[in-house]
Design a protein around this ligand. Structure first.
Ligand code: BT5
Length: 287
């Protein structure tokens, strides 16, 4: 019975040491430079290995350079801090010490849309947080934000090298505010796990949990189980069913977010009953 519970906790990301006579010990490891060691025993389809740096411009840049040198799928680049962390459309991503700043290298043979990859990445963050830390009020905002009480807890950036229908590589960037301070510039719109829970969270178990959830969802994606992904994403979403304003390629659409199509695009129905399909853009929740 105890063994079963220990295995359940391990599958949620917790790191538990076992000793034949002394029993079990729960470890709170925050030092990300040790992460590689603690990912090696994870039961995942892909083999993940961590390349850790203390600081860099952007983990996306390091992951790209290594991808171009032939690094295998499952490389995870982690930095303690980034000087030029980036979001979508060249926006700045603040990445101070204490956060979880991660880029994962993937080499799918074929990918229907990058959008779905962005959706499963956000979904993995939400599932990891609710499974491991029991935080239930974390929601997804289309396409790539993880929110807590409408404040941004995590963001996703998917970049890649794709030619015609051949995928060279994809880099999934995931940034989660964990124990880091939130800079003044974004204090009204961002939040960290430390401030939600009132204490610091060990990042290595959190990373394990995140990778485990990501691996499962990525496998659903490459085996084309998109219906399951869309349903799960919708379950955790705060966008669907809501009145929203969407800014997409210079156009502004206002209406009710009705749901997602199977490629991850968002369906909006405006006040005149006209249906719009949005493939990329920024969403503002209106009420
Ligand atoms: C994102 O873009 O949300 C993508 C964030 C991806 C970050 C990861 S960390 C690892 C990897 N390496 C990188 O260099 N990047 C990736 P977007 O949806 O465009 O949102 C950007 C906006 O989020 C900014 O304009 C700010 O308003 C806000 N923001 C910036 N830093 C933030 C932070 N630490 N927490 C919450 N919001 C932030």
């Amino acid at each position: 019975m105890v063994h079963k519970i220990i295995e359940l906790l391990r599958s949620k990301g917790y790191i538990i040491e076992s000793h034949p006579r002394r029993g079990y010990k729960l470890l709170f490891i925050d030092d990300l430079s040790l992460a590689s060691m603690y990912l090696s025993d994870l039961d995942t389809k892909i083999r993940y290995s961590v390349h850790y740096v203390r600081s860099c411009t952007s983990t996306q840049d390091i992951a790209k350079s290594l991808a171009e040198l032939g690094a295998p799928e499952g490389l995870v680049v982690i930095a303690e801090e980034m000087s030029q962390g980036r979001g979508r459309l060249g926006r700045k991503w603040y990445a101070l010490k204490g956060g979880l700043w991660v880029s994962i290298l993937l080499r799918p043979k074929y990918l229907r849309t990058l959008q779905l990859l962005s959706l499963i990445s956000g979904l993995s963050v939400v599932k990891a947080l609710s499974r491991m830390l029991g935080i239930s009020n974390v929601k997804l905002k289309w396409p790539n934000d993880v929110l807590y009480n409408e404040k941004k807890l995590a963001g996703i950036l998917v970049e890649g090298s794709v030619e015609a229908d051949e995928v060279h590589y994809i880099i999934v960037g995931i940034g989660v505010n964990v124990n880091n301070d939130i800079p003044k510039e974004i204090e009204n719109l961002a939040i960290s796990l430390k401030s939600i829970l009132g204490h610091e969270i060990p990042r290595v178990p959190l990373l394990r949990s995140l990778i485990k959830e990501f691996d499962t969802l990525y496998n659903e994606l490459i085996t084309c189980n998109t219906e399951k992904i869309i349903n799960e994403w919708t379950k955790y979403s705060s966008t669907i069913g809501r009145k929203v304003k969407v800014i997409t390629f210079g156009e502004v659409i206002e209406g009710i977010a009705k749901g997602l199509r199977s490629d991850g695009s968002l369906i909006i129905v405006d006040d005149y009953g006209k249906k719009h399909v949005v493939y990329a853009g920024d969403v503002i929740h209106l009420r």
